[in-house]
Write a protein that binds this ligand. Structure first.
Ligand code: CA2
Length: 149
């Protein structure tokens, strides 16, 4: 089972600043843990980061036909990007939205997501563990769907 994890703007700064909000793991450490856990579950996951909306849209388009499910932390684009929403819906690949921080306990402008209502599920507030929890949910969902035919 081939999966894709997308990281949006500024997440390349993880581990260097704001550990109180986002934890102390780097993006590379998060990716390595995710790839290890995916392998344990019999899946493979490609991780992609960009600070650019169009690059994320392009990567979503490339996933069509090859990727069974997507994990996405779109960063601030979560709250602004209709283009990323349209891309996810356009390729018809199930996705889980996730965040390191509990966006609902933060500023009001972080409470709305353009992705959440069409997501399989949304995980937030567990720091780097959010990625593992989202992976768990995505893989279990895809395995159940495959077993159901
Ligand atoms: O909590 C999350 O995962 C967010 O997606 C992170 C975004 C924020 O805009 C979303 O509302 C919630 C921001 C990522 C910024 O990452 C940094 C990491 C270290 C230092 C500075 C920024």
């Amino acid at each position: 089972m081939q999966l894709l994890c997308l990281h949006g703007p500024n997440l390349n700064l993880l581990g260097s600043r704001e550990p109180g909000i986002y934890g102390s793991s780097s993006l590379e450490q998060i990716n390595a843990a995710l790839q290890q856990r995916a392998a344990d579950m019999g899946a493979a996951i490609d991780c992609f980061h960009s600070n650019h909306e169009g690059a994320l849209v392009d990567r979503i388009h490339q996933a069509r036909g090859t990727v069974a499910g997507i994990l996405i932390n779109a960063g601030a684009y979560t709250h602004t990007s209709i283009a990323i929403r349209d891309a996810l819906l356009g390729v018809v690949i199930p996705y889980v939205e996730l965040h390191l921080s509990n966006v609902h306990a933060r500023e009001p402008f972080r409470h709305h997501s353009h992705l959440a209502d069409k997501a399989l599920g949304v995980i937030c507030g567990f720091g780097p563990l959010s990625y593992q929890l989202a992976l768990e949910g995505l893989v279990q969902h895809l395995q159940s769907a495959a077993a159901a035919g």
